[in-house]
Design a protein around this ligand. Structure first.
Ligand code: FES
Length: 102
């Protein structure tokens, strides 16, 4: 069963920034892109690099290691290096705190 779990204060994440957290043993990356929050697994499906700090443009994040771009909306990759999507998670803000459904 999925349940929303608190991550960190909404005010701590600027636009086009990302922050890695671990919830329930899962490595999750919370991103704000174009003002919208997204949560994806913090592990590139190419060679498992962490995606934290990857460049965010529009609703895409680029892997810092080899540059694969992932669509934050559904985790789908662009290009040839990987065809495996990132797992995505529901995310919301409750009383100023970002919460992720695990
Ligand atoms: S590990 Fe992310 S693109 Fe290669």
């Amino acid at each position: 069963m999925t349940a929303f779990q608190p991550a960190f204060p909404d005010a701590e994440l600027d636009d086009n920034q990302s922050r890695a957290i671990t919830l329930d043993g899962q490595r999750i990356l919370i991103c704000r892109a174009g003002g919208t929050l997204y949560a994806v697994e913090n592990r590139c499906t190419h060679q498992e690099a962490e995606l934290e700090g990857g460049r965010i443009r529009g609703c895409f994040i680029s892997c810092p290691l080899h540059g694969v771009r992932f669509d934050l909306r559904d985790g789908s990759p662009m290009g040839q290096l990987t065809r495996v999507s990132l797992p995505t998670y529901e995310v919301r803000v409750m009383e100023g705190t970002i919460e992720v459904a695990i």
